[in-house]
Write a protein that binds this ligand. Structure first.
Ligand SMILES: *[C@@H]1O[C@H](CO)[C@@H](O)[C@H](O)[C@H]1NC(C)=O
Ligand SMILES: *[C@@H]1O[C@H](CO)[C@@H](O)[C@H](O)[C@H]1NC(C)=O
Ligand SMILES: *[C@@H]1O[C@H](CO)[C@@H](O)[C@H](O)[C@H]1NC(C)=O
Ligand SMILES: *[C@@H]1O[C@H](CO)[C@@H](O)[C@H](O)[C@H]1NC(C)=O
Length: 493
C-alpha cells in the first residue's frame, strides 16, 4: 500500500531538503496545494502532502560544526520508521540542531535496536498495527505525526490506538505539537477582498446557483453527499465534482482534476463567483479543518460548513460561516441561505472579518502568532521539521532526567512516562450525513464500509497493545491476537 504516496512525499521532501543541506537559506518551493477534490488520500491510491509539508526546511547550518560540540556518535537518534517521510536530503541520516541541543535523524532501520535510538517516528496514514516494530523497546518513545484526515486510519481515534504513542502532532489542539491551522497561511489570507456584490448578482442572473459544491471523493465517513442531495431539493446547488455532478466546469483545463487540486488562479476566480460554498469535511472530528473551510473565506464566499464540531473556536469572528448543524433540517438551512442571498445587507455581515480590525477572535490570532511553523512560508520551518525538533528536545530532556535520577536515585525519582491521550484524536463514530442509521438499508455502501472500518480500528489497537504487553516479538502473530479480540467482543454481544 502507498507506493504512489511515498513517491510523492519523497519528491516533495527532496525539494524542501535542499536548503537544509546547503544551509545557504535559498528557498525551494513547490506549488501551493489544496486538498485533492479528485481523490482524497485515504487508501494509498493518491497521496498529496498538504502545503505545509512542501514548505521549506528548518534553516540551519549543518555544514559547519561548532568546536566543543559532542560528536554525532553520542547524540540521541530519532528513527523515521514510516518510509518516505524523511525530511532530509541526501543520505540516510542527518544531524539536526534544535532548541535544547542536537540529535541525529535517521531513516536507516538497522539502528532500531541501538541504545542511542531514543524515538521512532511514525506517519499516521501509513501506520499499520500488523507491521509495527516488535518487540517494543522500553527506552524508545513512539512519536506520531498525523495531520491528515481521520478516515486514513481510524485506529488512531480509539484510546488503545493513540495510547501506543508517547508524542503526537495531530490536527487536534490537544496534541503535543498541535496542527489545527495547517491549512491557514495567516490573517492576510482571510482578509483578501471579496468580489463586488454587483458582479455576483450578474452571475446569478446568468444562471449560476447561489451555492457551489465541488467534491469528487464521494464515499466518505462524513457521508456528505446524503446531506447535500437532500439540500438540493430545497435550493439550487451547482455541483461540479464527481459527487452529485450537475454542471461542468467551463473549460477542459478546469475540468482536469489536477487543476482542481491546486490553487489555480483561473479556478479560484471561477469559484469566487459563488456567494456560498458547501464546505463539508470528509470526516468529522474536533479541530479537523481543511482548505474546504478556509478557501471559501479567502475567496470571500460564505462556507456552509460541516466538519469540526469546535469550528467556532477558530473563526475570525462569531459571524463568519454558516454551520449546517445549527439548522434542524436541510429545508430550514435552504430557507436561511435564500434569505441571505436576497439580502445584501445581511450577507455582507458574514464578510465583516475582512475589514480592518474585523478579526476579533483572540484565540485565533494568538494561535497564528505563536505557532513556530509556517504554511508555505520561506522564513519559517515546516511542521515536519518542527515536530522532529520537538521530539529531539523531548528526548534530550528525558535523557537529562534519567541521568539526574541515576546520579542521585534517592532524591530524584525516575522520570514519569509521557503517553498520548485519547483527546489527541478521539474522532467519533461516523454517522449518516442525513437521517438515522436505522433508516439506511444494510446494503448501503457507506454503512457497509465505514462503521466496520471504524470499529476494526479499535480491535487493531487492542491487538497491538496486547502484543506489546506480552513482549511479543513476532509481528506475524498479529492476526492471531486480532482474531482473539474479535471473538471475545462478539461473545460479549
Ligand atoms: C458576537 O460578537 C459581537 C461583537 O463582539 C457580540 O456583541 C455578540 O454578542 C456576539 N454574539 C454571540 C452570539 O456570541
Ligand atoms: C510510552 O508509552 C507507553 C505506552 O504506550 C508507555 O508504556 C511507556 O512508558 C512510554 N514511554 C515513555 C518513555 O514515556
Ligand atoms: C439494496 O437492497 C435493495 C432491496 O433489498 C435493492 O432494491 C437495492 O438495489 C440494493 N442496492 C444495492 C446498491 O445493492
Ligand atoms: C515483558 O518484559 C518486561 C521487561 O523485561 C517484564 O518486566 C515483563 O514481566 C514481561 N511481560 C510478560 C507478559 O512477559
Amino acid at each position: 500500500m502507498g507506493v504512489g504516496r511515498i513517491g510523492a512525499v519523497l519528491a516533495a521532501l527532496g525539494m524542501l531538503s535542499v536548503c537544509a543541506a546547503s544551509g545557504s537559506g535559498h528557498v525551494a518551493k513547490r506549488e501551493t496545494g489544496a486538498e485533492a477534490e479528485g481523490a482524497e488520500p485515504w487508501d494509498g491510491a493518491v497521496f498529496r502532502p498538504p502545503s505545509a509539508l512542501g514548505a521549506v526546511g528548518v534553516a540551519r547550518n549543518s555544514g559547519t560544526r561548532r568546536p566543543g560540540r559532542e560528536e554525532a556518535v553520542d547524540l540521541p537518534v530519532l528513527l523515521w520508521w514510516s518510509p518516505g517521510l524523511f525530511p532530509h536530503f541526501p543520505g540516510d541520516s542527518e544531524r539536526i540542531e534544535c532548541a535544547r541541543g542536537a540529535c541525529v535523524a535517521s531513516r536507516d532501520r538497522r539502528v532500531r535496536g541501538d541504545s542511542r535510538t531514543r524515538a521512532l517516528l511514525f506517519y499516521g496514514t501509513d501506520f499499520r498495527a500488523s507491521e509495527a516494530p516488535l518487540p517494543r523497546l522500553a527506552h524508545q518513545s513512539w512519536a506520531l505525526l498525523h495531520e491528515e484526515s481521520p478516515l486514513n486510519n481510524f485506529l488512531l481515534s480509539h484510546g488503545p490506538g493513540i495510547r501506543l504513542f508517547n508524542l503526537t502532532a495531530t490536527f487536534s489542539r490537544h496534541s503535543d505539537y498541535p496542527l489545527p491551522l495547517q491549512w491557514l497561511p495567516g490573517t492576510a489570507y482571510l482578509r483578501r477582498a471579496a468580489p463586488p456584490l454587483q458582479q455576483r448578482a450578474e452571475w446569478r442572473r446568468r444562471g449560476y446557483a447561489p451555492l457551489l459544491y465541488l467534491q469528487s471523493h464521494c464515499d466518505v465517513p462524513a457521508d456528505r453527499d446524503r446531506y447535500v442531495r437532500e439540500l438540493m431539493r430545497y435550493i439550487p446547488v451547482d455541483s461540479y465534482g464527481k459527487c452529485l455532478q450537475n454542471r461542468e466546469l467551463p473549460t477542459p483545463r478546469l475540468q482536469d482534476t489536477a487543476t482542481a487540486t491546486t490553487e489555480d488562479p483561473e479556478l479560484l476566480a471561477f469559484l469566487s463567483r459563488y456567494k456560498f460554498h458547501l464546505a463539508l469535511e470528509n470526516a468529522i472530528c474536533d479541530d479537523y479543518m481543511t482548505e474546504k473551510l478556509w478557501r471559501p473565506m479567502h475567496l470571500g464566499a460564505v462556507p456552509v460548513y460541516r466538519g469540526s464540531p469546535s469550528v467556532r473556536d477558530w473563526m475570525p469572528n462569531n459571524h463568519s460561516i454558516i454551520i449546517i448543524d445549527d439548522f434542524e433540517s436541510p429545508q430550514k438551512l435552504a430557507e436561511f441561505i435564500d434569505f441571505l442571498d436576497k439580502n445584501d445587507e445581511e450577507y455582507v455581515k458574514y464578510l465583516a472579518y475582512k475589514q480592518p480590525g474585523g478579526i476579533t477572535n483572540q484565540f485565533l490570532l494568538d494561535s497564528l502568532k505563536h505557532r513556530e511553523w509556517g504554511v508555505n512560508d520561506p522564513l519559517l520551518p515546516n511542521y515536519l521539521n518542527g515536530f522532529e525538533c520537538f521530539v529531539c528536545d523531548h528526548e534530550l530532556a528525558r535523557l537529562d532526567a534519567e541521568k539526574a535520577h541515576a546520579a542521585s536515585p534517592g532524591d530524584i525519582p525516575v522520570p514519569e512516562p509521557h503517553v498520548a491521550q485519547l483527546s489527541h484524536m478521539a474522532c467519533p463514530m461516523p454517522t449518516p450525513g442525513f437521517g438515522s442509521v436505522e433508516e439506511i438499508p444494510e446494503n448501503d455502501s457507506w454503512k457497509e464500509m465505514w462503521l466496520q472500518d471504524y470499529w476494526q480500528g479499535l480491535d487493531q489497537g487492542e491487538a497491538l497493545t496486547a502484543m506489546i504487553h506480552n513482549n511479543e516479538t513476532q509481528q506475524r502473530k498479529f492476526w492471531d491476537y486480532l482474531h482473539e479480540i474479535f471473538m471475545k467482543r462478539n461473545q460479549n454481544l
